[in-house]
Design a protein around this ligand. Sequence first.
Ligand code: NAD
Length: 500
Amino acid sequence: MTTQVGQFINGQQVAPQDGNLIDIHNPSTGAVCRQVEMASSARVQHAIDTAQAAFPAWRATPPAKRAQVMFRLKQLLEQHSDKICALISEEHGKVLHDAKGELQRGIENVEFACGMPQLLKGEHSKDVGPGIDAWCEFQPLGVVAGITPFNFPAMVPLWMWPSAIMCGNTFVLKPSEKDPSSALFIAELAAEAGLPPGVLNVVNGDKAAVDHLLEDSTIQAVSFVGSTPVAEAIYKKASENGKRCQALGGAKNHAIVMPDADLDNVVNALMGAAYGSCGERCMAISVVLAVGDEVGDALRVRLSQQVETLKVGAGCDNSNDMGPLISEAHYQTVANFIESGVSQEADLVCDGRGLSVEGYENGYFLGATLFDHVKPHMDIYQKEIFGPVLVMLRVPDMQSAVNLINEHEYGNGTCLFTRDGEAARYFIDQVQVGMVGVNVPLPVPVSYHSFGGWKRSLFGDLHAYGPDSVRFYTRRKAVTQRWPSANLREGSQFSFPSHS
Ligand code: NAD
């Protein structure tokens, strides 16, 4: 019988009871590997109520004590990393070594959370007036929610809830229904690490569960990561309902290759950044802007040679470079984009369609695809494809490349390949993108910086994880205090208090 996945509420697994089960597929085989229950409205409410009930005691728990749970969680995540990576790979399809990288980046967010008492100290000013002291303190919001995408099923939840609960909040997580098992298992590990019941709850579902979270008046803030149309809709609805919201959306990340760049390094970097995780990363490089035809011609030859040697296959085989796409439907979407590129007369250099992996004939495999001579009006340039499709445009100079990036609707990540420090400095200053690399193709900020794009890659102000997460998950309270003594007594003052 297929294993059925339920919810995690009040510190324990809640087996499916409501009957609304959907299939989870192993993308490498196409077979159903589990079923997950879409939580009923009553079940989502139960999770919210449980988080609310856990809030007062957790809020009163000293931050250093909360941090001890994070230290133990870090150990447990490392101890169980093989199991977590196997779950990620089985449900998402990414190759195990890539899942390991994902988990490691998630663990770094837990490490950051271990040190968060330092960031919760507040700010203090003595003697702002005669006998008057002032300070700001950071207070938790209450119950907050996180809604996460399929492509980093373990890491993106770890961007959110460790910081949120370290700030004293309690949490309801709604992971992607396509691959929820690693997030659920990590919630169990958090309980084993000593997290009190109710502080972290996980409910499974789709739009219905999300709508419930957005409409419930208990939920104070929502962190979302996913596609731009959903991010925008969630940001609007959460804001209308008076909630704080950060909603991270899609991307179309450009790399500029300058004539002076080290092409061996560039080709290796582009291969990993474009085709790693089958292109299903919000920081994947999906556009390369070749400055000059000489660079374009060289990249075309070298990239297509490397595509020939790329090893595509099942996620469980660590010798593979790239696994399958997440679903049959997504395979079709990406294949349709390739077709649209052909019909809009882009130059298809490598065509990943029609790939069959021996022993895995029902998997959702699409080979690495490369287009050259792409024009800005084409759909394969304008839209996020989220698959192993790299498109190359040729531009006459760096300014034209920067203009293209700045005109694009997305602004998540970008990279400049060059040996010219002056060009790099200009690029960093001028480019309208939130995360910028120089000879670093995936400039994902480390856990003690924050992650976020510009333009339609982020709705809201504060970025995810790192120092911004403390601001997002807390409310400031500014206190001004005086203890009157006999010689400080004053009469009534009717002018506005000032120093003069
Ligand atoms: P998605 O938007 O389809 O789903 C994300 C989450 O929202 C899931 O939990 C899903 O159940 C829920 N959801 C889906 N449709 C909804 C709706 N209509 N109303 C309410 N909730 C809904 O995204 P995905 O396909 O899971 O993930 C891929 C997308 O995420 C890509 O666009 C990628 O660029 C983006 N992404 C962005 C970042 C970032 O940091 N900017 C990181 C990872 C992924």
